[in-house]
Design a binder for this molecule. Structure first.
Ligand code: ATP
Ligand code: MG
Length: 734
């Protein structure tokens, strides 16, 4: 009995009520950090201990595999028993388990293979070719997302109505052929896992009855992010008679773009009989400054179910807002602050840097590496290890060295240009036998005609492409070389045609590589900046990129700063959180600014970000950012304005010299600050503190123009930002 009540220890009355309520449908609707996940775990423990529910009668669905592992560990700790085969996992992993167990009823071969989206795309391309479908009118990625979309809505080819439209009819036919190929090959894609397991249960009443009987209770975390198919799956599995506990927060629904339906929360209340709704209103995670600011932000959304959150905690420190003069300065501020905190005794793993777009990690990573701060990217890869970046670098390596076999193999058919594995195999064998590089063997094979027909044409086109890239980029600056290569090779287009967030992220990363190159030649990126021009610069850049990719891999137990996108931070918490790039166009992301619905989703994402912080939150933005290879002035995000000022504190530039303007010319900005006439001017640096006879003390934010018209932007305390012509303004460096 002691054990049982221990489960209710450290719980507030509302939580206790939710944990110990008799089994029946329950919706826990509550804001961030109110203990929803904790209630879910404790409710499971309670049902096992107080009500004798067998661990195997339990089905708990989490959003990520990591969350599933954590839930299992927490349960084991609470119950003091090992829980190896309990049904705790993501929708996909649970569906997979069902299909593996009942492969015959699911009409699958015993050893069916799961294919990821890359395999899926390859398959689509092959189909288009086999059936001679014009891949310009039917771009493979579009076909792929059509198929996935149908599956997410639970539709099989025969259920899709083309409404007499020839284009649609062709799409449906492709879906059908795709499906047939999968069936024949025993292949199951991600969407298929869920749809197939839904059909498995639907078409096998005995089996369905078995599972309805077997599962005494079904629990779902992060319910606000379930999609139509998942909702249908839950409804079928429980038959609305097996009780369900779902927990969620409409304000944290951030996967609308991937088909998640917030309405599922409302539907649940209406459709599942006798649903008891519990609201948790006390937040245990954050200081009141953080929580109240987050509450104020989310109040700007109109589509809300309405919730209140309070905390008994201290007000804590204000939220620090830092305006970097550029993205590099922003990164430097973050990393400096992290190092200070480490000196104060805070573990690195207690600190997280969150950002909206994947590509933002590049500058942060480089700064962390340069300062020797170990970091880990959660739910993603390091910048220089990302697929699209490795592909781009492989092209660049080939320009310098055609005999780089690894690079050649990597990109010979990326983007697809009809060079199959058989052709590559022929080249490889030949290279091995004659002791030459693949590049050489490719030419030999073309000469003696051992490659023929389409293969020969495709291989020749590839060789020509590399030569052409080399010729065309001669004499160009490093960033222009890279820009040209990613455009002309078709790499960027390849990802541009990929719809959805993933393709978008890859395009952004490639553009970020151009930015990295530009920063590199200006000595702002890696060190030391002895880059030189053209091929020399390229060589130096490639070696630095290789260094940044390798070697720094932290071991599993190393104390690391956590980097991740805001999306992958869902459900997690950290004592210290930095959100970087809080700027219009970046966050909210430009793609979402036109549609009110998408903008609200961005605001929810911001709410998720803010509420990850327990003790201290930093919001940073840069006034000048290199984006997509171009420098742009950035405005602070509207989300910053939506936070009440009373919770914010502006961090002042520290007045230290960070970047002498004279040695680091920036396109569009001045090459030097010294002006002719008017005598010698002191050499000034961005970030430097200066005094003006009228405006007082300030910090140099920006500089532009040359000669007499050189101007600097100075942020004066009390006077705001001002642009001053250097020749006239009497600035004294401090
Ligand atoms: N009654 C309580 N007493 C002390 N700490 C609590 C209590 N309830 C929750 N917590 C703590 O508060 C933090 C937030 O809890 P939890 O992660 O379960 O919240 P959540 O509602 O799931 O948040 P999110 O919406 O971000 O997923 C955790 O550290 C948890 O241990
Ligand atoms: Mg949670």
């Amino acid at each position: 009995m002691d054990d049982v009540t221990a489960i209710l220890d450290h719980m507030n009355p509302a939580q206790r009520e939710a944990v110990s309520a008799p089994q029946g449908n329950m919706l826990v609707l509550a804001g961030a950090g109110s203990g929803k996940t904790r209630v879910l775990v404790h409710r499971i423990a309670w049902m096992m201990q107080a009500e004798g529910l067998s661990p195997y009668a339990l089905l708990a669905v989490t959003f990520t595999n990591k969350a599933a592992r954590e839930m299992r560990t927490r349960l084991e700790a609470l119950l003091g028993i090992s829980l190896r085969n309990v049904w705790v996992g993501t929708f996909h992993s649970i569906a997979h388990r069902l299909l593996r167990t009942h492969w015959q009823d699911a009409r699958l071969p015993q050893h069916f293979q799961i294919i990821d989206s890359d395999d899926q795309l390859r398959l689509v391309k092959r189909l288009l070719k086999d059936y001679r479908v014009d891949d310009e009118r039917f771009p493979p990625r579009q076909v792929q997302s059509f198929i996935s979309g149908c599956k997410e809505e639970g539709l099989r080819p025969h259920q899709v109505d083309a409404h007499g439209d020839a284009y649609m009819a062709q799409m449906v036919e492709l879906y059908e052929r795709y499906q047939l190929t999968c069936e024949r090959g025993g292949l199951v894609d991600f969407g298929e896992l869920l749809l197939r397991s839904l059909e498995l249960l639907r078409d096998n009443p005995a089996l369905l009855a078995h599972y309805r009987e077997r599962f005494g209770h079904v629990l779902v975390d992060e319910f606000q992010d379930t999609n139509t198919l998942q909702y249908a799956w839950l409804k079928l599995l429980t038959g609305m008679s097996t009780p369900m506990t779902v927990v969620g927060d409409d304000d944290q629904s951030i996967y609308g773009w991937r088909g998640a339906r917030i309405e599922n929360i409302r539907r649940f209340e209406q459709e599942f009989p006798g649903t008891k709704t519990v609201r948790l209103e006390q937040n245990y995670r954050s200081t009141s400054a953080i929580l109240d600011a987050a509450n104020a932000l989310i109040r700007h959304n109109t589509e809300r179910m309405g919730k209140e959150l309070w905390t008994a905690g201290n007000r804590g420190e204000p939220i620090s807002v830092y305006a970097g003069f550029n993205d590099l300065d922003e990164a430097r501020f973050i990393v400096d602050t992290i190092r200070e905190k480490v000196d104060e005794g805070i573990n690195r793993r207690e600190m997280a840097i969150l950002y909206r777009s994947n590509a933002q990690s590049r500058v942060l990573e480089e700064t962390l590496i340069r300062q020797g701060v170990p970091y880990r990217i959660y739910g993603g890869q390091r910048f220089y290890e990302r697929l699209e970046i490795k592909n781009a670098l492989a092209y660049l390596r080939l320009l310098l060295n055609r005999d780089d076999d690894a690079s050649l193999e990597r990109v010979i058919n990326v983007p697809a240009r009809g060079i199959g594995t058989r052709t590559v195999e022929i080249l490889r064998t030949r290279a091995r036998e004659t002791g030459v590089s693949l590049w050489q063997s490719l030419h030999d094979a073309l000469l003696d005609a051992s490659l023929k027909g389409r293969a020969a044409t495709a291989v020749r086109a590839f060789a020509d492409l590399i030569e052409r890239l080399d010729n065309d980029t001669a004499g160009l600056a490093l960033h222009e070389i890279i820009d040209h290569v990613i455009e002309t090779s078709g790499l960027i287009e390849h990802h541009r045609s990929e719809r959805g967030e993933k393709g978008q992220a890859r395009v952004e990363n490639l553009e970020e590589l151009v930015t990295a190159a530009r920063a590199f030649t200006q000595g702002e990126s890696f060190e030391p900046p002895e880059a030189g021009e053209g091929a020399l610069a390229l060589e130096a850049f490639l070696s630095e990129a290789a260094l940044n990719a390798g070697d720094h891999e932290a071991d599993e137990f190393e104390d690391c700063v956590q980097l991740m996108t805001l999306h992958s931070a869902k459900g997690l918490e950290f004592p210290v959180v930095f959100i970087a790039g809080v700027e219009e166009g970046l966050f909210p992301h430009k793609m979402s600014m036109e549609e009110p619905g998408r903008l609200e989703e961005e605001r929810r994402l911001c709410y998720v970000g803010l509420t990850r912080a327990m003790r201290k939150l930093y919001l940073t933005h840069a006034e000048l950012r290199r984006l997509h290879g171009k420098e742009t002035f950035q405005r602070p995000s509207r989300f910053l304005r939506e936070l009440p000022e009373e919770y914010l504190e502006e961090v002042r530039l520290r007045g230290q010299i960070s970047r002498p303007v004279t040695t680091r010319p920036t396109p569009g900005l001045s090459r030097q600050t010294s002006v002719d006439g008017g005598g010698e001017l002191p050499s000034l640096s961005l970030g430097q503190r200066v005094r003006h006879p009228v405006f007082g003390e300030g910090v140099i934010l920006n500089a532009e123009g040359e000669g007499e018209r050189a101007r600097v932007q100075v942020s004066f305390e009390g006077e705001g930002d001002k642009w001053l012509v250097l020749g006239f303004a009497k600035l004294t460096p401090l």
